[in-house]
Design a protein. Structure first.
Length: 91
């Protein structure tokens, strides 16, 4: 036997003994799945709350900005015409 072959055989035996001592928990999959589903629900809830907060803030900021606009029509219609913004047909 070569040295490489003996090392491989020794490693194989050691890993076989180590793996033979491992006992799988029968509920391991169910526990991992329930943990994953709980994290997924929490992630979706946090995302929904974040979207609602951002939407509410942008709406409130937009309404506040619109409310801060001056209500004096002379600032918008600087030519002195206040009626509808249509050009005079007579010229």
């Amino acid at each position: 036997m070569t040295e490489e072959h003996r090392t491989e055989q020794a490693l194989r035996e050691a890993l076989g003994l180590l793996a033979g001592g491992v006992r799988a928990d029968p509920d391991a999959y169910r526990t991992a799945r329930s943990d994953w589903l709980r994290r997924e629900r929490r992630r979706r809830l946090v995302l929904a709350v974040l979207i609602a907060v951002v939407f509410t803030l942008t709406t409130l900021i937009g309404l506040w900005v619109l409310n801060q606009a001056p209500s004096d029509p002379d600032l918008i219609f600087s030519d002195g015409h206040h009626g509808g913004g249509h050009a005079n047909a007579a010229g």
